[in-house]
Design a binder for this molecule. Structure first.
Ligand code: HEC
Length: 111
């Protein structure tokens, strides 16, 4: 098979797509580990807080991220505190910017 210029383009597109999938998987896995390390399951899997099973359908990633960094801002914007009737409010977790970024990818992927 003769190498044509468009083969080069196809290769670059294919490599970029593989890279994007690999990077997305990495962030979701990191986010899952962070979720466990920061003991989020102690509330969210124990019934003291709403299930996050479909949280990615409920909020976009930006809202999820904001809710983890600054729940009060989300409460103020939505005019609701708490967001889920019957629960207390979410405490502001101690997490680094990187951890919050990874958590937001993991949670946004929970569709
Ligand atoms: C001390 C218990 C507790 C811990 C620990 C906790 N949460 Fe929460 N979380 C809550 C409660 C209670 C709510 C419900 C708040 C509301 O409805 O306003 C909530 C709500 C949320 C929501 C919004 C869910 C929805 O359906 O509206 C997200 C996202 C979330 N928590 C992420 C996290 C992450 C990530 C961690 C770990 C860094 C974490 N939580 C740790 C108690 C906790």
């Amino acid at each position: 098979m003769k190498f044509r210029p468009w083969h080069g383009v196809a290769l670059v597109v294919w490599l970029a797509a593989c890279g994007a999938i690999f990077f997305q998987n990495y962030r979701v896995t990191e986010g899952r580990k962070t979720f466990e390390r920061l003991t989020c399951p102690s509330c969210h899997l124990a019934g003291g807080a709403p299930s996050l099973e479909h949280v990615g359908n409920k909020y976009d990633r930006a809202t999820i991220k904001e809710f983890i960094t600054n729940p009060d801002a989300v409460y103020a914007r939505k005019g609701k505190r708490p967001l889920n009737a019957g629960y207390t409010t979410m405490p502001r977790p101690k997490a680094t910017e990187h951890e919050i970024e990874m958590l937001s990818y993991f949670l946004a992927a929970q569709q």
